[in-house]
Write a protein that binds this ligand. Structure first.
Ligand code: FAD
Ligand code: FES
Length: 354
């Protein structure tokens, strides 16, 4: 079968080339050639593999609307795990060349971590702490490296199911990973955490992956909006800004529906005390009478602030798909350039096949 040449152009202008037949998707073709592009679900549901095709023809199959809305598809955006080429193609990806591994195999990115503790922090959220353990490949090195904002895939023990979760802490040499995880009714991983997981248990992790991380845009202000456990990667990004002393105006909008669902208010207040350029607003849609923070939908809180100030900051959005889409549209309506809006949707697993 004829092989097509796929040019992947990274944010830094470097290109990598993949040969791809018309009956295989571009992510799979890359893996076959030891070129590991950004991907996660590999079934059209998470948008991690999204790129912009500027030349060439292709078929796209089974992408979810959340991962690839029709207007983006019309603009030429593609999900590389669902794109089957019909000719040579040129695709621009929103990450730099150092995010593409060209030597390691996918399995070499797997590692093991011990479950240290699971702490409930709200009615539907737990904080999960893990510690990487040494293995044959790492030797005594238990360093966890990732770009704050990225996620890891964690295998549900005893199954071949994987779930994506984003750490809230910073990369570190001690191998500690902290996650904020929403407990979903009858979720497979949620049930494991609620009923079966035990301290000392060893889990299989893979990663890091994803293109949701801080982008350098000079001293442009950065506004973050997190819904529920969308706070996890956002916190990691803001902690990185504090760590490296980034001076630009920074705002963190955090929203939940009910007061029993709110968490980390003290942590956020403590962070804004020491990070002088950070403003935190916590919004609850249906608060109790004693709530002294923002009342109402967090998207509205952000909209009002943007309208009043006329600011056009870089925007980082993370959380449920509907909230991310609504905020994205609102920001575009307020003339914030699309290229300054970075999103991560916490899509359900297996959503492409549903
Ligand atoms: C890149 C990425 C990073 C993520 N990071 C985090 C994170 O840091 N913290 C976190 O809490 N979640 C995160 N998620 C979402 C998380 O991976 C899914 O919610 C997870 O698959 C749920 O696993 P489960 O086995 O408990 O539920 P499942 O068994 O997968 O689902 C059970 C039921 O819940 C529904 N469901 C599943 N997920 C959701 C959802 N997100 N919203 C509403 N209904 C849902 C399903 O449709 C199903 O009916 C992330 C998702 C992605 C794609
Ligand atoms: S990896 Fe392609 S959509 Fe998830």
């Amino acid at each position: 079968m004829k092989l097509h040449e796929i040019e992947i152009v990274t944010q830094c202008g470097e290109s990598v080339y993949i040969e791809c037949a018309s009956n295989e998707d571009i992510i799979t073709a890359g893996l076959r050639q030891d070129i590991i592009l950004m991907s996660s679900c590999r079934e059209g549901g998470c948008a991690t593999c999204k790129g912009l095709c500027t030349d060439g023809d292709y078929d796209l199959v089974k992408c979810t609307v959340q991962a690839l809305p029709p207007e983006e598809e019309e603009e030429g955006h593609v999900l590389l795990c669902r794109a089957f080429p019909k000719s040579n193609m040129r695709v621009e990806v929103p990450y730099t060349a150092d995010r593409i591994s060209t030597t390691a195999t996918e399995s070499k990115r797997d590692f093991f971590a011990e479950l240290i503790k699971i702490t409930p922090v709200a009615s539907n959220t737990v904080e999960v702490t893990m510690q990487r353990i040494p293995d044959e490949l790492s030797g005594s090195d238990v360093n966890v490296s990732f770009e704050p904002g990225q996620f890891f895939d964690i295998q549900l023990p005893g199954t071949d199911l994987w779930r994506s979760f984003s750490p809230s802490n910073l990369p570190n040499k001690d191998g500690i990973l902290e996650f904020l995880i929403r407990i979903l009714p009858d979720g497979r991983f949620s049930n494991f955490l609620s009923y079966d997981a035990k301290a000392g248990q060893v889990l299989n992790l893979r990663g890091s992956s994803g293109s949701f991380y801080l982008h350098d845009n000079g001293l442009q202000a950065r506004y973050f909006l997190a819904g529920g456990t969308g706070l996890s990667p956002v916190l990691s990004m803001v902690r990185k800004m504090y760590d490296q002393g980034d001076p630009q105006e920074t705002r963190l909008y955090f929203g939940v529906s009910k007061q029993e669902e709110v968490f980390y208010v003290n942590e956020l207040n403590a962070l804004s005390e020491k990070m002088r350029n950070l403003t935190v607003k916590v919004s609850i849609s249906h608060p109790d009478l004693d709530w002294i923070g923002e009342h109402g939908n967090v998207v509205e809180t952000l909209r009002k602030d943007l309208e009043i100030s006329g600011a056009k900051p870089d925007i980082y959005l993370c959380g449920p798909s509907g909230m991310v889409d609504a905020t994205y549209r609102m920001c575009v309506d307020l003339d914030i350039p699309k290229s300054n809006i970075c999103t991560e949707k916490f899509l359900p697993s297996g959503s492409a096949s549903e």
